[in-house]
Design a protein around this ligand. Structure first.
Ligand SMILES: [Zn+2]
Length: 399
């Protein structure tokens, strides 16, 4: 778009506000933001940002004009949790899981072997393919983790690719202990918090740890988080996915931007999250794809925690790139309202990434938005699996 473009033909504009708005046409009191819906709206984009927003009848003049043809518009989705730097797939493992055949070996280590064997170009092409796929479904910001290299060299190239191809890059050397270190866990933790972190820190926004039984325990997680802080890096955690554990409490203690999964929460975990700025990021595509119980979103929201929804796009536990699908799951399976689902997928994701310029559409925000072939954002949950996103704009530029 050229400078100063008036965007019209918006039958409904649904957008979150970073702060609760008095007298907005629709308020969701539970989340510490609110969704407002404007009929027959318009906005002006200038230098990639929103310069004006309001009723179409009140729109001021602009240099250019784009008519969206009576469609609904929402803020671009912020997918704050994805694992995109990998090679191969695990469709056989999925088939086995869905047909009840026990599957033991495989898992993350299958993808580690394929990723190590791939060249840079293949890995980069795969990330680009997935980021494009996300954009076609309305996503304008993507967080991408490493974690399928698990050697200094393989993690370093993964974080470089994530840095170059995605908005936020997260170092996840502590994804799983690789097979060659199975009998030497302490050595692997020392490698992660030493040379591997050293090599990845210049490219990383965050350090993440899979804090879970079978992955990394509390002591190991603390060592890695302390090392991250030593490098001045912010942290986030995979926490309480497969069972109760210390992950959520550690996330809050360390001031993590986000505790992700949050499937098994004690009351003390809910209290800790609701009394902190750590976002509870829910990944319902994982529960869907693994036939597992869903997280208790209502408990979190009703307690006042900030909730985000993300895809967790990865070849093993959840290979969807679709935020609309995750919203549909959040509404249908986790009893979030459609407004809460949209807020969690936009403003919630932005908060989980420490961003204040995205996830909503108001003056000053980046002009990241998705246009729906539908009269209302409600159709995202009402029509699951339907490709409703007709176009996606990032900083005012059509993707
Ligand atoms: Zn994950």
């Amino acid at each position: 778009m050229s400078d100063s473009t008036l965007v019209t033909g918006i039958v409904e504009l649904a957008t979150g506000h970073p702060q609760p708005v008095e007298n907005s046409s629709l308020k969701e009191g539970a989340q510490d933001g609110s969704l407002s819906v404007t009929r027959n709206a318009a906005f002006i984009v200038e230098s990639g940002r929103i310069a004006w927003v309001g009723s179409a009848q009140l729109a001021p003049a602009a240099d250019a004009r784009v008519d969206l043809g009576d469609r609904a518009v929402i803020p671009g989705f912020v997918d704050s949790h994805a694992h995109l730097v990998f090679a191969g797939d695990r469709v056989t493992e999925f088939e086995a899981r869905m047909t009840g055949t026990p599957y033991s070996a495989g898992g993350i280590r299958t993808t580690v072997a394929a990723t190590r064997a791939a060249d840079d170009e293949l890995l980069r092409d795969n990330v680009r393919r997935l980021v494009d796929e996300m954009a076609r479904q309305g996503t304008t910001t993507v967080e991408c983790k490493t974690g399928y290299g698990l050697t200094v060299a393989d993690e370093a190239r993964a974080i470089r690719i994530a840095r170059e191809e995605c908005d936020t890059a997260t170092f996840l050397g502590a994804h799983v202990v690789p097979a060659e270190f199975a009998e030497r866990r302490e050595e692997y933790v020392d490698l992660v918090r030493g040379p591997m972190l050293e090599a990845c820190a210049p490219y990383a926004d965050y350090v993440d740890v899979f804090c879970e039984r079978g992955a990394f325990d509390e002591t190991e997680t603390r060592l890695i988080l302390d090392a991250a802080k030593g490098h001045g890096l912010a942290v986030r955690l995979h926490a309480n996915q497969l069972g109760h554990g210390p992950g959520v409490q550690l996330a809050v203690e360390y001031g993590a931007a986000s505790a992700d999964h949050c499937t098994y929460l004690a009351d003390a975990d809910i209290d800790a999250l609701s009394g902190s700025s750590t976002v509870a990021t829910l990944l319902p595509g994982v529960e869907f794809s693994t036939r597992s119980p869903y997280p208790g979103a209502r408990r979190l929201i009703d307690a006042g925690a900030t909730v985000a929804i993300a895809t967790d796009c990865n070849p093993g536990s959840c290979y969807t790139s679709s935020m609309p699908f995750c919203i549909a799951l959040a509404v249908r399976e986790m009893r979030m309202s459609p407004a809460e689902g949209l807020l969690a997928a936009t403003l919630g994701g932005a908060r989980a990434l420490g961003r204040t310029d995205i996830g909503y559409l108001a003056v000053g925000a980046r002009a990241d938005f998705a246009v729906l072939d539908a009269p209302s954002y409600l159709h995202l949950a009402y029509r699951p699996g339907v490709p409703l996103v007709s176009s996606t704009f990032k900083a005012g530029i059509r993707q």
